[in-house]
Design a protein around this ligand. Structure first.
Ligand SMILES: [Zn+2]
Length: 465
């Protein structure tokens, strides 16, 4: 019997998520998971995200009535002047349900496979079968994000249904994501930059993770901060299902109107696990409530362009420098998308801040553990330099880890300076700044500065911001 049937699934998930968050808060790397961002002063912004579409399935399949899922969602979004991010799949063919969905059931209908969309109806959902729906999403200003071609889990589930089918390892995950990326690009012309793993399962069967795969494809990991609830098991009563979807959002906003500001809302663009979707009627109520509280509904990328970090918003003093470094490809945040400007800088942070993520895309594949805890990350930093800079390669061979901190910083920054054309006086000014910066960091693993101080110095040195 799956563990999830003995211990409440939600409790297991919360414990697991807590452990995961603690790990992400220590991890830096080119991929960050965004669950929410810091509010923009004077505005109430929320991103809406929809998983598992596009779907031409009838909204209420038990009644064979009510329009299609994606079509109805798009009509509603247009009516409310809202845009969303749609985490689309390629095909339901590999997620064929092996047990029919039923109303009033507690567990997913599928045992090994999933539940999209229903028996014998692979023509209903996914970009492959529904290219016109995918194009309409893009035409109407929505954003597409990679939810996998097959929607097979990246690895075994750590909780709940342990018999669910999954991809065999990282290479298969990358191949699956690439197939979907190309399909979406060829179908719609849209180049996806965000991704969300099916069922949020991150670990691959061979001990790697969604972060390794997303790094290769250059994706940001799109999380969520509030569950819109449309995926839950049906009670069998349609109106009650809609109510179940609406009540938590209404209650949360009644308790705190700011609770969703900067948040990412999870919605569903497909069936719930009982082959009946309350999502269109539930979404209409969600949009009405959000409007009543003065929220603007945006795509995730629109939200991130206004406020990219989870802990510091546009009013924070270090925001312009941190944003400029992020946009230049530097690893400004931890994997949980926090900058932590007041925390003490470690050697690993320093190495990460100085490196442009784009230049180390394939690197983690060459290391066993990728970017992990700070000591391991020190080693990853060395490897980054191996990959990115001939000077760094020499330093990594010649210097101890401690020496590398100051000297490596100077080397990486000077490499960067060497790659841009600057007027001589400007180059001299930045070199002087750089020398001063390097001189400050001759200590060991814990360096005597806050991350904010160093971000300001690096942005000034490298970008002139
Ligand atoms: Zn999904």
């Amino acid at each position: 019997m799956p563990l999830g049937r003995l211990v409440p699934l939600k409790m297991l998930k919360n414990v697991y998520r807590g452990l995961q968050n603690a790990r992400l808060a220590r991890q830096v790397g080119p991929v960050r998971r965004v669950d929410r961002v810091a509010p923009v002063p004077g505005r109430r912004l929320v991103a809406l995200t929809f998983d598992d579409g596009p779907s031409a399935a009838p909204l209420r399949p038990s009644l064979r009535a009510g329009g299609t899922v994606s079509g109805t969602i798009m009509d509603l979004m247009k009516r409310f002047g809202a845009r969303g991010t749609f985490n689309v799949i390629g095909t339901t063919r590999f997620n064929y349900p092996d047990r029919p969905g039923r109303l009033g059931g507690v567990f997913w209908s599928g045992i090994r496979f999933d539940h999209y969309p229903e028996y014998g109806r692979d023509d209903w959902a996914g970009v492959l079968a529904q290219p016109a729906l995918a194009r309409r999403l893009v035409d109407e200003g929505h954003e597409l994000s990679n939810h996998g071609f097959t929607h097979l889990a990246f690895g075994p589930s750590l909780y709940g249904n342990g018999s669910r089918a999954y991809l065999p390892g990282l290479d298969a995950v990358i191949a699956d994501l690439r197939t979907q990326h190309e399909l979406v690009r060829e179908t719609t012309g849209f180049a996806m930059r965000l991704a969300r793993p099916p069922h949020y399962i991150e670990r691959t069967a061979d001990g790697r993770s969604a972060y390794d795969a997303y790094r290769v494809l250059g994706y940001t990991y799109l999380g969520a901060s509030f569950d819109g609830g449309g995926w839950q098991a049906s009670s069998g009563d349609y109106e009650a299902d809609v109510e179940m979807m609406v009540r938590p959002l209404a209650a949360a906003l009644a308790a705190d109107p700011e609770v969703l500001n900067g948040g990412i809302l999870f919605e569903k663009d497909g069936y719930n696990m009982s082959a009946q979707s309350p999502v269109a009627d539930g979404l209409k109520r969600h949009l009405e409530i959000l409007r009543d509280y003065g929220y603007e509904v945006l795509t995730a990328s629109e939200l991130l362009a206004l406020s990219p970090f989870s802990d510091i918003g546009p009013a924070h003093p270090i925001f312009p420098q941190a944003k400029a470094l992020l946009e230049a490809g530097h690893l400004v945040t931890f994997a949980d998308n926090h900058v932590r400007p007041d925390s003490r800088l470690t050697q690993a942070d320093l190495e990460a801040l100085c490196v442009r993520g784009a230049s180390c895309g394939a690197l983690s594949l060459a290391t066993d553990r990728g970017f992990a805890t700070p000591p391991v990350l020190g080693a990853a930093g060395l490897l980054l330099r191996f990959a990115g800079s001939p000077t760094g390669r020499n330093l990594a061979v010649a210097g101890s880890a401690t020496e590398l901190s100051a000297r490596g910083l100077a080397a990486v920054c000077l490499d960067y300076l060497g790659s841009v054309v600057l007027p001589e006086d400007e180059a001299a000014r930045r070199r002087a700044l750089l020398t001063g910066l390097a001189a400050r960091f001759s200590g060991g693993w814990a360096l005597p500065a806050t991350r904010a101080e160093v971000i300001a110095m690096i942005a000034a040195t490298l970008l002139g911001v």
